[in-house]
Design a protein around this ligand. Structure first.
Ligand code: SAH
Length: 219
């Protein structure tokens, strides 16, 4: 990824460093994740009106009633995924493209699906302009991406009512699915690991609040 066409000032870099210190103080301990957040210019993914708030730990509107996740949430999900270089990762909910770029910085080969056509188009253009190698798709991510399955890791960045069966099926043995599951107000962050024998082991973490995962195996 190169950001040479975008203004990334010393001020932005300084604000990112502060954000990283804040995330560390909140318990994010994976240094690779913190460094990825230190390097990806979040302000580039936001509309100009929100530039000043880009490095606050806040979710922000990105149009079409959707939001870019809070930096803490991006860091938390990225940390749970335990990304290794060249992991093939599927993201459900491209949104602004920020989470996808953080995963790319961590060395993953990222495929990302978005169901809002306008957001899909806008973010595809941005990622191309940034020379990102994230591959974007338009469609219902609750069904996964069978043409490219199986995946080492799958991340869902919208709140699901249940764990979509298709996503479990598209996980490699040893693979990890990170997904917020709950009602519309509150979701529990789950990490589901597929054992070598295909058995699924679920761990439950903190509460979060995401926009809803819509679609065939969503709301
Ligand atoms: N990862 C994004 C977060 C965007 S918010 C970022 O870093 O900015 C969640 C996104 O999930 C929204 O853009 C929403 O349109 C999308 N979404 C909801 N249901 C979906 C589905 N079934 N398939 C793909 N995307 C979905």
């Amino acid at each position: 990824m190169q950001f040479t066409d975008f203004q990334d000032s010393f001020r932005h870099k300084g604000l990112r460093k502060k954000l990283v210190d804040f995330l560390r103080s909140k318990g994010i301990h994976d240094e690779a994740v913190l460094e990825a957040i230190n390097q990806v210019p979040r302000h580039v993914f936001l509309d100009n009106a929100f530039l000043e708030l880009a490095y606050e730990d806040r979710a922000m509107p990105i149009g079409e009633g959707q939001t870019i996740s809070q930096p803490y949430t991006v860091a938390f999900q990225s940390q749970l995924l335990e990304i290794k270089k060249r992991d093939k990762v599927l993201e459900i909910g491209t949104g602004s493209g920020y989470q996808a770029c953080v995963l790319e910085k961590l060395g993953a080969k990222v495929h990302s699906i978005e169901r809002q056509r306008k957001l899909y188009e806008k973010t595809q253009k941005l990622l191309q302009a940034m020379k990102s190698k994230v591959a974007t798709y338009y469609g219902d991510g609750t069904l996964g991406l069978p043409a490219f399955a199986p995946f080492d890791k799958i991340i869902v960045t919208a709140g699901a009512p249940v764990v979509p069966q298709s996503l479990c099926e598209q996980l490699k043995p040893g693979g990890i699915l990170v997904i917020p599951v709950g009602d519309e107000q509150n979701q529990r962050m789950l990490r589901i690991t597929k054992q070598a024998d295909g058995e699924l082991v679920t761990e439950s973490f903190d509460n979060f609040k995401f926009v809803p995962l819509l679609g065939k195996e969503g709301w």
